[in-house]
Structure formats: C-alpha cells, structure tokens
Design a protein around this ligand. Structure first.
Ligand code: SAM
Length: 227
C-alpha cells in the first residue's frame, strides 16, 4: 500500500478513506493482520492493522522490509491521448520506471485536460502492483511550445517515425522521451523542439506505431537496462 507520509515506527497512522475501504472490503484485513506499506523516501515497511472499519483504518509501521532505492530520472512527455489510452500510458510508464509524466498539448492533439487525481491513482496502483517504491509525478498538461521554451538542461529524445533517425538506445543518465500526437507534430512545433540544446531524434523501428505503442516500446528500450 502506498502511504505518502510514513511516520516513525511505533507511531500509529491513519490511511485515506479509499485505502481503508480497500483494506477492509477488498483485502478483508482485520485488526492484527499485517501488510506492506511503502513510499519512495521511506522504502517498504511491514505494518500492522491496529484498527479497521469499513471507512477508516489505523496502521503501525513495524520493520523495514526494503530500504529506499534510487530510481532512474526519466521523464515521459507525450501528446495527450483519449482518456483510455492516456490511462494506459500512465499505467505502463509507471511500470517501466519513469519519474515524471508530462502530458503535452500540440496543434494536432484532440484532448487538452486530464483529471490529475485519477491519473495519480492509476500510477499509485501500478506502482503497488509492480512493487515499485516510487510513484511518478504527474504534471499538468502543457502546450509543447511552452514546454520547449522552458526546457531544462536535460537530454531530450524525440521519437520520430521518419527513417532517418537512429534507433533509440538505453538511457545513461537523466533523460526525457517525447512522443508526438497521432497526427504528428506540425513543422512549427518540430522547429521549436529542434532548438532545444540537447535533443536527439530517435527511431523505434521501421513501422509507424500508434502513439501509445511508441510510448511503451520507447520506454522499454530506453529504461530496461538501467539498474
Ligand atoms: N506523423 C504521423 C502521421 O500522422 O502520419 C504519425 C504519428 S505516430 C502515429 C505518433 C507518434 O508516435 C509520433 O509522433 C512519434 O513520436 C511516435 N512514433 C510512431 N512510430 C514511430 C517510430 N517508428 N519511430 C519513432 N517514433 C515513432
């Protein structure tokens, strides 16, 4: 269970209403049962259920089962997709290990807003499922031109379906992978992206992939070899 603020061992803490519901009604835990709780800063802990009802639960962290571990500093910037596909990209990107998810709005993007709370819940569930200690930060969508205007000193790999780009390789440090919209970037957007100092156009193979396939395949190629 992901607990953003784990108190010191021996101190009781309450979980959110939604988590209490999950523990009581889905996992059917009772007082005295134990479970694993985690967050990126504290690592993973075995915790005991001290009080539980259908709507509230109080736990107590007992012993650490996994210390906090550093994770790749990898961003995914992707042109916002329809809701179901956005959900899938957030889930899979969390499993594959990104640290930040930045949805972008482009001239050819149909959607322009997301429910950040919902996406955070999807990422949290994915982290729990794949035993990842960190839940990626999900940022509010930004127009690609604005994102490029304020781009930090971070190598940017832009997935480009044209054959001239070299195959995307493994990340070697902080990185960002950018995936365009279904209709592709406009020339003006491509120019703004190309002005970024540390940018590489990268290929994900010779077929034109759907944007969500490109995001998942790209992250796997880029992050799988990292420790
Ligand atoms: N420009 C396109 C068009 O409308 O014909 C296709 C866009 S593609 C469906 C969506 C995004 O996925 C692209 O902007 C690119 O970032 C990424 N992509 C798809 N296939 C790719 C490939 N083979 N190599 C690199 N990136 C790819």
């Amino acid at each position: 269970l992901y607990v953003p603020d784990l108190p010191t061992p021996g101190e009781a803490f309450a979980v959110s209403d939604g988590q209490a519901h999950y523990l009581a009604n889905v996992m059917r835990l009772a007082e005295g049962d134990s479970l694993r709780v985690f967050n990126g800063m504290a690592g993973e802990w075995r915790a005991a259920v001290r009080k539980i009802s259908r709507k509230a639960a109080v736990l107590e962290a007992l012993t650490q089962t996994r210390p906090p571990a550093p994770e790749p500093d990898a961003w995914l910037c992707f042109a916002l997709l329809k809701r179901q596909k956005t959900d899938m990209v957030v889930e899979k990107a969390t499993e594959l290990g990104v640290s930040v998810i930045q949805p972008i709005i482009t001239a050819r993007t149909n959607a322009d807003h997301v429910n950040l709370g919902r996406l955070h819940a999807i990422a949290t569930e994915a982290a729990e499922q794949c035993e990842r200690l960190h839940v990626p930060e999900i940022r509010a969508p930004l127009p690609v031109m604005k994102l490029m205007a304020d781009w930090p000193a971070r190598p940017l790999f832009v997935a480009d379906e044209r054959r001239t780009a070299a195959l995307l390789g493994p990340a070697t440090g902080p990185t960002a992978l950018m995936i365009g919209p279904e209709g592709g970037f406009t020339d003006q957007e491509l120019e703004a992206i190309a002005r970024t100092p540390i940018i590489t156009r990268v290929s994900l193979g010779r077929r034109i992939l759907r944007a969500e396939t490109a995001a998942i395949a790209g992250l796997a190629l880029h992050l799988a070899a990292l420790p």
